[in-house]
Write a protein that binds this ligand. Sequence first.
Ligand SMILES: [Zn+2]
Length: 369
Amino acid sequence: MNSKFETVFRTYSYRLYPTKMQQLELKALFDLQDHAFNDWADLANRGVAQGKNFETIQNEIEAHEMQTKRREDHYALSVTRKHVLALARRLYDQKIERIRFRLPNREQRSFTYKTVGISEHHLVIPSVGTIAMCDHRPLPVHATLCYAKILVDCYGAVYRVDLLLSVAIPVAEPQPVHYENVVGLDYTQDGLYVTNTGENAGYPGYRKLAQDKLRRYHRAAARFRPGSRRWYKQKQRAAKLERHVVQQRRNWQYQQAHKLCKEHDAICVETLDLVGMKQTNPSLAPKLNDNACAAFFRKLEQILHQNGKKLIRVDAQFPSSQICSCCGAYLGKQPLSVKSITCPHCGVTIRRDHNAARNIRDEGFRHLE
Ligand SMILES: [Zn+2]
């Protein structure tokens, strides 16, 4: 066994169950961070409007006093300050029009600590105390805490903590690659991908399935005054459902990625220009977002890496759908409406994405050698 270790970053997210008093204390923390953000954002907005240069604005923001005397809060405010400075840079470069102020009725608010106390079923944070925590999975053994982010999510419906950890994991032994165990994946709008054996992954499209409900909640929320109790109730419903969709998708993707990793030695995928695709054809965007194929490939790469295997990214310029995968003849550009192609040279008829997946597999394998 290899005794080398590598450091990776992992986020462990746990639900928190603060009492009514603790909720008020947390609210004070979120308010503190928002006030600091708004003060600095105001400085940046006014500075740019008055035509000051970036160094002056930066010095102004850095000289502006923090509104807290407690040392534990300094880390959170320095994070906020960095965030505002990054936004000020974008504002100064005219990439955004102005820095928007943070309002209290937002979907998510947070506060960051450098250190927190973690004990069984409890999280200890300065000034708020011991909060009940559902640690549904154990923390890794050799881990160091980078920071802890306390969040209130879904318009105040869900409290949680995100622990960013740096974890030392053993480096996996590189695995041998056999051609018959290499798989090529071609992206498809329906079902996420098709393999080189012609199988569709069959992603159910969770966002689409939840769409009617979501629309109903948003329409209901629009009838109430923003910030009112009934407005919050509908907003919370919608945000919780959105969160559920994200979790369903993530779960599906991890299961699929583990399955692929178990069955194959290496996986070849095509690099997609997703931004370009959305710009040239905006009607594709909802499905592209729902499929989240970039996130899927990232998960796949991580899992393969842990098992000593590789994800091979074939260049976006590679004409995967323009070559016959049987004889290698060039067929020319095929419009998106063509679902099945027939090769005039060898006479084979094959589905478009199946053909592309085979080409991606072969091209990826060539990269390996
Ligand atoms: Zn052919």
